[in-house]
Design a binder for this molecule. Structure first.
Ligand SMILES: *[C@@H]1O[C@H](CO)[C@@H](O)[C@H](O)[C@H]1NC(C)=O
Ligand SMILES: *[C@@H]1O[C@H](CO)[C@@H](O)[C@H](O)[C@H]1NC(C)=O
Ligand SMILES: *[C@@H]1O[C@H](CO)[C@@H](O)[C@H](O)[C@H]1NC(C)=O
Ligand SMILES: *[C@@H]1O[C@H](CO)[C@@H](O)[C@H](O)[C@H]1NC(C)=O
Length: 217
């Protein structure tokens, strides 16, 4: 009896694994491309709303894991075995939700960047809704590698219990730069036509860094 049911469980588990496998290849669901492109349109105005409308050298306080760059993605892919892009995409949503909240929080009601940021957040939420729909709750509840789970846990910690050393100051523009770059890398199959450059490539963030800080800052 016991044997039978555990065999059935095992079988069920195996079937489940096979069914889920294709979903977990990290390929972005096609339904996400349109909302991602809308989000990308908003992000293209970030220089004006996140730099020009702020005092010079203005910074916001963010969790150190909310500074999420191409370099971090590269490192995680290198260090965490069997890491699926799907997991990194989930992390991207978690990180940037926090980033947008923190920028919104510092903007007074009548600040000219407020409507822009609110719209950006709403478009971001639309993308996340589609992401959740496309993958379904079972997939979203699957275990993820410990190293990545630790990052999730630290991001969802109560702010009061984050040590002082856990915070960083960053300009809103640089946060959105990284928001945009990591989006192009992690959802690359929605962007391949429009972006000549492969954002995920090591050479892009290594060699491109100097050029970029000049042209984008
Ligand atoms: C994303 O925005 C950039 C401008 O920042 C534009 O060049 C590119 O074509 C856009 N890509 C998509 C897929 O909308
Ligand atoms: C902004 O930061 C730069 C580099 O740290 C510094 O040279 C400049 O004086 C700062 N500007 C203002 C207005 O604080
Ligand atoms: C965002 O990325 C750029 C280069 O990709 C980097 O220069 C900048 O410091 C990053 N911003 C933050 C807040 O780390
Ligand atoms: C993407 O590029 C291919 C050829 O490289 C072209 O056939 C296709 O129409 C393009 N798609 C879009 C959405 O521009």
């Amino acid at each position: 009896m016991v044997h039978l049911s555990s065999a059935a469980c095992l079988l069920g588990g195996l079937v489940g694994l096979f069914l889920l496998a294709p979903v977990l290849t990290g390929h972005t669901p096609g339904s996400m491309c349109k909302p991602l492109s809308t989000l990308n349109d908003s992000l293209s105005h970030r220089r004006r709303f996140m730099k020009h409308y702020f005092p010079i050298n203005y910074t916001v306080r963010v969790h150190h894991k909310e500074i999420f760059k191409l370099k971090n993605i590269h490192r995680m892919r290198f260090r965490v075995q069997g890491l699926d892009d799907f997991v990194l995409q989930r992390l991207w949503f978690q990180v940037n939700q926090g980033v947008l909240k923190k920028i919104l929080r510092v903007l007074p009601e009548r600040h000219p960047s407020r409507p822009y940021t609110a719209e950006l957040a709403s478009r971001f939420n639309d993308v996340e809704d589609i992401f959740r729909q496309a993958h379904g709750p079972e997939v979203l509840q699957q275990e993820i590698p410990d190293a990545i789970q630790d990052i999730f846990d630290s991001l969802t910690e109560i702010p009061d219990s984050v040590p002082k050393s856990g915070w960083r100051l960053a300009s809103p523009k640089s946060l959105l730069d990284n928001f945009s770059h990591t989006m192009h890398c992690l959802f690359s199959n929605c962007f391949t036509n429009q972006t000549a450059q492969d954002y995920c490539a090591v050479s892009y963030w290594r060699k491109g860094r100097k050029k970029e800080t000049q042209s984008e800052s």
